[in-house]
Ligand binder design. Structure first.
Ligand code: NCD
Length: 304
């Protein structure tokens, strides 16, 4: 097993605060409309074993804005369907001339495996229930655009924390900067053990309790099939945890509403909340492009 190539981004957990700050600073300097061709001639493969809209297109637009060539490999329609292993797919892409692989996979650790066997940087675009580092970084960029600093911030993360790589990466990132985090949801989605992910996490089952005094409300996607056979029904979930205009008033007046997408109006939040002045959901998507430009420039050693 080898060390991942320099510039790989496999998760937030192993990063030091100063590396994160470096990426956030670089992301703020990236402008997709006035991009320099820092990655001209570089070949970036987007290897997606799971569906994606935001992450895939923003990595692609980020790469192309910097002058790179991109190609998309999805599990359907490729040799993955014929049973080719992750590593054999990786060796094939390397042989074709890939300089970097951006990879999403349903199994935790799949990008790490790839990174240990290839001599090119691998970027984790979401691995199972483990991490989604580029999402945490774009969320940090979004928070800092509105809140200026992480100092003294209180973030409530609401919904299916157990299955969420977004929540895991956000907890790792925000706690490195002293942000206070409250996880909120039913035990099916927020088991008590979730509090041990990083020291200092607080859990509550009551939305009202999570929202009071909160600066940032991070909603998570709820997959209805996860509720099958559970004690809590979809109707109960909506009744207890859906973000409504009345509940939003419990948070600070300038609290931000975030959601990694895809949102389901009428489930995690109402349409009024999604469209309210406090919602920065579209902003998160927009900030995904410069953030991923920074990640790719760092990956290919063109970060200056
Ligand atoms: C998330 C993902 O796929 O991890 N979406 C995204 O990348 N913006 C959230 C989710 O699907 O729950």
């Amino acid at each position: 097993m080898n060390k991942p190539a320099r510039g790989s981004l496999l998760g937030i957990e192993p990063l030091e605060a100063k590396e994160i700050l470096g990426l956030l600073k670089l992301a703020r300097r990236m402008n997709p409309l006035k991009a320099r061709p820092l990655l001209r001639g570089k070949r970036i493969v987007l290897l997606f074993y799971e569906p994606s809209t935001r992450t895939r297109t923003s990595f692609e637009i980020a790469a192309k804005s910097l002058g790179a060539i991109t190609t998309l490999v999805q599990s359907s329609g490729s040799s993955i369907e014929k049973g080719e292993s992750i590593l054999d797919t990786g060796y094939t892409l390397r042989a074709i001339g890939a300089d970097c692989i951006v990879m999403r996979h349903p199994s935790a650790g799949a990008p790490h495996l790839m990174a240990q066997h290839l001599d090119i940087p691998v970027i984790n675009a979401g691995d199972g229930m483990h991490e989604h580092p580029s999402q945490a970084l774009l969320d940090a960029v979004t928070i800092l655009k509105h809140k200026k600093s992480f100092h003294g911030l209180h973030v409530a993360i609401i919904g299916d924390v157990l299955h969420s790589r977004v929540a895991r990466s956000a907890c790792h990132l925000l706690t490195k900067f002293g942000v206070k985090i409250t996880l909120c949801g039913p035990p099916e989605f927020v088991p008590d053990v979730a509090a041990t992910l990083v020291p200092g996490l607080r859990i509550t089952r009551h939305l009202e309790d999570a929202l009071r005094g909160t600066d940032v409300i991070m909603l998570l996607r709820v997959q209805t099939e996860r509720l099958a056979g559970q004690k809590i029904s979809l109707q109960d979930y909506i009744a207890r945890y859906q973000m409504t205009p009345a509940r939003l008033k419990l948070a600070k007046r300038d609290a931000l509403v975030m959601h990694p997408g895809p949102i389901i109006r009428g489930l995690e939040l109402t349409a009024d909340v999604a469209e309210s002045g406090q919602s920065v959901i579209v902003d998160e998507v927009r900030n995904g492009v410069p953030t991923r430009m920074a990640i790719l420039a760092r990956a290919l050693g063109r970060a200056r």
